[in-house]
Design a protein around this ligand. Structure first.
Ligand SMILES: [Fe+2]
Ligand SMILES: [Fe+2]
Ligand SMILES: [Fe+2]
Ligand SMILES: [Fe+2]
Length: 371
């Protein structure tokens, strides 16, 4: 019965058994439905990662290991940001120190991801132990403390989560709901997909703190994010034929638009003598290559291509935009006026096009009327 329920969630029977036993001992259970759901999902991702990392070297799939680690970082970020909003909204006294713990965890995981990408795999086993220990301890200590506080202060959490859902600020996908219902024996949580593109863009923008503060670059990044969001929603909600159509459309659009964006960004870096230009160019080239590969995977009919592409693009956002592109601003912030003048020059000479829709999106997210 269990496996029927969990079909298409990507969660293995092995992980399901682990989750049942952890849930049974109370180790990951706080009796706060949405938070429990997210904790279960996070532990499931870690268990899948552990399973893959502990496989013997011949059967381990390095691509899947990397992908799962990314998913853990991504989902942990989403979960932490929900807890931080919650504890902030109800004025939990330890809000700041709780947030700091989350922050350190994410920083640590990001540095481990870099190690693993560089081929340093010898400490995967200790990473697996660390992940499980950290998470169960954090849930039992820090998370339980805020839960107790919320219960004592009489906070109306159902109302609070309901408001987040209504404002499209909280999403639960089908797999997460199915897993939670199977493990907890509850049936009250259903899938809540946020199909509002703008709300999703804003959530990603804020969660990962992606503003670079150079208007034209922010505008182009936002447009790329809206493409990713469109693909993400499609890959989760629509049937195969339509999904394939959206996949083809978005990939073609993303490739074209990425070239346009890179050329703008590179012209600015070149014009203003940005010192890290060669390394930055290399990353841009690698990205184009990756997206081309995904395109051939998708047109070759691989059904996971859309979801893989979404994951790759999200990783790009966090690692490249959030770090490398932000460095451009840090280096060139004294030249902001000159950059604006240069952008106008490019627009006048037709070397750069800003479409009305892009400008609207930028204004809606950044609330500034000028580029
Ligand atoms: Fe927490
Ligand atoms: Fe938590
Ligand atoms: Fe860049
Ligand atoms: Fe960029």
């Amino acid at each position: 019965m269990e496996t029927d329920l969990l079909q298409n969630t990507g969660i293995s029977q092995h992980t399901e058994a682990q989750l049942r036993s952890l849930w049974g001992t109370g180790a990951i259970r706080l009796d706060l439905s949405i938070i429990d759901l997210q904790h279960i999902w996070l532990v499931a991702l870690i268990q899948e990662f552990a399973f893959e990392a502990q496989a013997d070297t011949t059967s381990a799939d390095p691509d899947r290991i990397k992908r799962l680690l990314l998913e853990i970082i991504d989902f942990a970020t989403e979960h932490f940001s929900l807890e931080e909003r919650l504890t902030n909204a109800f004025e939990y006294p330890q809000h700041v120190s709780h947030k700091e713990q989350h922050h350190h965890f994410i920083e640590f995981m990001r540095s481990r991801l870099v190690d693993i990408k560089e081929g340093n795999k010898n400490s995967l086993a200790s990473l697996v132990n660390f992940l499980m220990d950290w998470l169960t301890m954090h849930i039992q200590k820090e998370d339980r403390q805020y839960k107790d506080f919320l219960v004592q202060s009489g906070a109306n959490l159902n109302k609070y989560f309901g408001q987040l859902i209504a404002r499209h600020e909280l999403t639960i996908d089908r797999a997460q709901a199915a897993l939670y219902n199977a493990i907890s024996g509850q049936s009250e949580v259903g899938e809540i997909i946020n199909e509002n593109i703008l709300a999703n863009v804003i959530r990603i923008w804020q969660t990962h703190n992606l503003a670079v503060h150079i208007p034209i670059i922010d505008l182009q990044h936002l447009w790329l994010i809206s493409m990713i969001v469109e693909l993400d929603i499609a890959s989760k909600t629509v049937g195969t034929a339509k999904r394939q159509k959206i996949f083809n459309k978005v990939v073609a659009g993303a490739i074209e638009y990425t070239r346009e964006h890179f050329s703008t960004e590179e012209s600015i870096m070149e014009k203003f003598g940005y010192k890290q230009l060669p390394g930055h160019l290399k990353q841009h080239r690698a990205f184009i290559e990756m997206i081309n590969n995904r395109q051939s995977e998708g047109t070759g009919g691989d059904p996971r291509a859309a979801q893989h592409l979404v994951e790759d693009l999200k990783e790009w956002l966090v690692s490249h935009i959030g770090i490398e592109d932000r460095n451009i601003y840090i280096a060139l912030k004294e030249n902001l006026h000159e950059i604006q003048a240069y952008v106008r020059e490019m627009i006048n000479e037709n070397r750069l096009t800003v479409r009305k829709k892009q400008l609207d999106l930028y204004n809606q997210v950044c609330g500034i009327k000028k580029t």
